[in-house]
Design a protein around this ligand. Structure first.
Ligand SMILES: NC(=O)c1ccc[n+]([C@@H]2O[C@H](COP(=O)([O-])OP(=O)(O)OC[C@H]3O[C@@H](n4cnc5c(N)ncnc54)[C@H](OP(=O)(O)O)[C@@H]3O)[C@@H](O)[C@H]2O)c1
Length: 340
């Protein structure tokens, strides 16, 4: 059990607020949302040996997962029960507000990159051996993308990514070799050219429009043709006041169009696809890989940094709604955080 000192906001929570039962329909009000936390261990279960009372940790709270469905495991409260294998110690020099930006984005990236039914890349290590392969990460300046770039580089891959030009330096500092503006009308052909002579490790698709673009780029590439998809094509930004069912029905043509087009392109172009669900790692070896084997050492040695930068909205649980609203209004290479 952790006493929370900082929690971070993911788009999922305001999507649940506006989408009602169309998002995570198994979560019924009242429920404690929240996945990302940083804090201090105040109690450990009898079988837990990796942690002791007083340790500074981050963790991905998994109470919102369908199989857990448990408010005690939600982050938006003062104390949260974590699964020990979904938590990691953090260095003393790392502020809780900075550390809290990581968990769900990191886990989602790790699921897409390393799970066996996703891109199944080599694992990250302290001294990565170059694989000679290049990964496309569409949406590198998102929280998910910021972790994905660092993990892929630490696993020995070259990374080509997309973001707005103002974030080109940011993604390159994280290790991307090239960055492209996802709004450019020539972005698909520009990235296809950048892949010439390279061997593809596949693509991680993050953000609206990312899957379609990756499915257009991969056919011309040599190597792995697989897209791990982080973003579902419902645009919850379009949800306004009113019944969620009416808002949802308005998006049905777009969703059906996306699925038909995705299946058609994937099948005719022989590209594998799979949707990511950012809690599946708790049931496989990827949680151990990330939270025990890689992250504690990589954070301590500076090989992996907690990013994007936190934007702290306030210091009290009462700031959560303002924080959700701020996330919904949009962030750029930032993570909205509430300090406790
Ligand atoms: N499947 C899962 O389990 C799972 C888990 C977590 C998140 N997600 C999804 O992953 C996506 C990213 O989540 P997040 O928390 O990482 O987001 P985030 O950090 O809040 O995303 C903000 C960033 O999105 C970028 N962006 C905006 N529109 C984009 C587009 N069309 N293509 C690429 N990038 C775009 C912006 O980059 P610029 O400022 O450079 O434009 C901004 O930095 C969301 O769609 C979220 O729903 C899925």
């Amino acid at each position: 059990m952790v006493k929370n000192h900082a929690v971070a906001i993911n788009p999922l929570y305001w999507m649940k607020q506006v989408g009602g039962n169309f998002m995570y329909g198994w979560l019924k009000y009242p429920f404690v949302l929240g996945s990302d936390l940083a804090g201090e261990v105040v109690g450990v279960g009898a079988s837990v040996s990796r942690f002791k009372v007083g340790d500074r940790v981050i963790g991905q709270a998994v109470g919102m997962d369908k199989k857990r469905n448990r408010s005690a495991e939600g982050a938006f409260q003062e104390y949260t029960v974590l699964l020990a294998h979904m938590a990691a110690p953090i260095p003393d020099s790392l502020a809780y507000e900075r550390a809290a930006v990581l968990p769900l984005g990191l886990s989602t990236a790790a699921c897409g990159l390393f799970e066996k039914d996703q891109l199944a890349l080599n694992h990250p290590s302290a001294n990565p051996k170059p694989t000679g392969k290049t990964l496309l990460i569409w949406g590198g300046s998102t929280s998910v993308g910021s972790s994905a770039i660092q993990l892929a580089v630490a696993a020995g891959y070259e990374v080509i990514t997309t973001c707005l030009p103002r974030n080109f330096d940011y993604v390159k500092k994280l290790g991307a070799s090239q960055a492209f503006d996802y709004n450019s009308p020539t972005v698909v052909s520009d990235i296809s050219k950048a892949f010439q002579g390279k061997t593809s490790a596949g693509a991680l698709a993050i953000g609206q429009g990312s899957t379609e673009a990756c499915l257009d780029i991969l056919p011309a590439c040599q190597g792995n043709k697989f897209v791990s998809i982080a973003s579902f094509p419902i645009d919850f930004q379009q949800f306004t006041q009113g019944l969620p069912i009416l808002q949802f029905l308005r998006q049905v043509p777009k969703i059906v169009g996306f699925i038909v087009s995705m299946l058609f392109k994937a099948r005719t172009r022989r590209i594998g696809t799979n949707f990511i669900f950012g809690t599946t790692l708790m049931n496989n070896e990827v949680s151990q890989l990330i939270y025990a084997d890689f992250l504690p050492r990589a954070l301590a040695e500076g090989q992996f940094v907690a990013t994007p930068a936190p934007h702290v909205i306030g210091k009290h649980l009462g700031f959560l709604q303002a924080a959700l609203d701020a996330q919904r209004q949009g962030v750029s290479a930032q993570k909205v955080v509430v300090s406790l």
